[in-house]
Design a protein around this ligand. Structure first.
Ligand SMILES: [Zn+2]
Length: 324
């Protein structure tokens, strides 16, 4: 017989057990800790549009990858946010967004592949948890052609994951990654970025839409140029029924450090100076105009406002939307 609290009390009453045993008998079940979050999905209304953030996972960015990083300034910046110093780096999320305009279903970036880092690669699980199947998606917009934005385009074996969508990119981005001269002048690591851009987009070559930036893909969904991180890097500006949201791609990589230190760049910025200038211009613009933003590496759940006080920018995350 497995002792329960009740049987134990009976045994105690008959003198067959001692109070000392009472302490050691497992009268309550232990529930093992899960040790991880459930897959992240966060949905928000933007006017008449429904926007869903789909968490792919997270990875750690070492300080060596942050150009301009200063350990003391970083510790002070984190301390202001009630966070300990993080000399081993920052954990940053990778997120894709889904926009349902009521007429079209548009994926904006598609996460990584699970072969990239084992803490990533959950984009398609998140998509399915959001109640959407890949065949429902009409367009996939790639803010740029880095692996953490186009990894979910294929199954890793050269097959397209979105059977009915066209892939939308822009001319500058497309031309850059297809420039054989630039590739041949690159380091081995940079060459791998060129190769990934080509292999991940190849299954869509017969249904690719290459646009000029500042194009309105469908009413209320405009592509805006935000160059620097990559030459054709772009954001997606949503406007619906008096509301708006700017999904700004990779303008910020480390939420906890870069709002306070916007001059710090990431090693993956192809044009560091232009990335810095684009970020400075955009932070000023969205703080002044109070535009809600979303970003692929903003701390999940991935929506918020940029504010300015004490000569610094701050990120104020948007609370869970209870009424959607
Ligand atoms: Zn990225």
């Amino acid at each position: 017989m497995k002792p329960t609290r009740r049987t134990f009390l009976k045994l105690s009453a008959t003198g067959l057990a001692t109070p000392a045993i009472l302490v050691t008998i497992p009268v309550l079940a232990n529930t093992p800790k899960r040790g991880k979050q459930i897959t992240g999905v966060n949905r928000m209304q933007v006017g008449n549009f429904e926007v869903t953030a789909l968490l792919d996972g997270a990875l750690t960015v070492n300080p060596e990858l942050i150009m301009g990083y200063d350990e003391d300034i970083a510790a002070k910046t984190l301390s202001h946010q009630h966070l300990p110093a993080a000399p081993m780096g920052q954990v940053i999320p990778v997120t894709g967004y889904l926009v349902n305009t009521g007429d079209k279903l548009i994926a904006i970036d598609s996460g990584t592949t699970d072969s990239f880092v084992d803490t990533l690669g959950n984009y398609h699980t998140s998509l399915s948890n959001a109640g959407v199947s890949v065949d429902q998606i009409d367009h996939v917009i790639a803010t740029h052609l880095h692996v953490d934005h186009i990894g979910g385009l294929t199954d890793g074996k050269g097959n397209a994951m979105f059977p009915n969508a066209d892939l939308i990119t822009n001319q500058v981005e497309w031309d850059f990654w297809h420039n054989d001269t630039l590739r041949s002048q690159s380091s081995d690591m940079e060459k791998s970025f060129f190769d990934i851009a080509l292999t991940q987009t190849a299954p869509y070559n017969d249904r690719i839409t290459i646009v000029k930036q500042n194009t309105e893909i469908v009413p209320g969904v405009e592509l805006v140029p935000l160059p620097g991180h990559t030459p054709g890097h772009m954001g997606v500006h949503l406007r619906s029924n008096g509301d708006e949201l700017l999904i700004w791609g990779d303008i910020i990589h480390t939420t906890k450090l870069q709002f306070a230190n916007p001059d710090w760049t990431i090693a993956f910025d192809i044009d560091q100076d232009m990335a810095r200038k684009t970020r400075a211009r955009l932070l000023d613009q969205v703080a002044t105009d109070r535009v809600k933003v979303a970003g692929m590496h903003l701390d999940f759940p991935g929506f918020g406002h940029v504010t300015r006080s004490g000569g610094q920018y701050h990120f104020e995350p948007t609370a869970w939307d209870y009424n959607i």
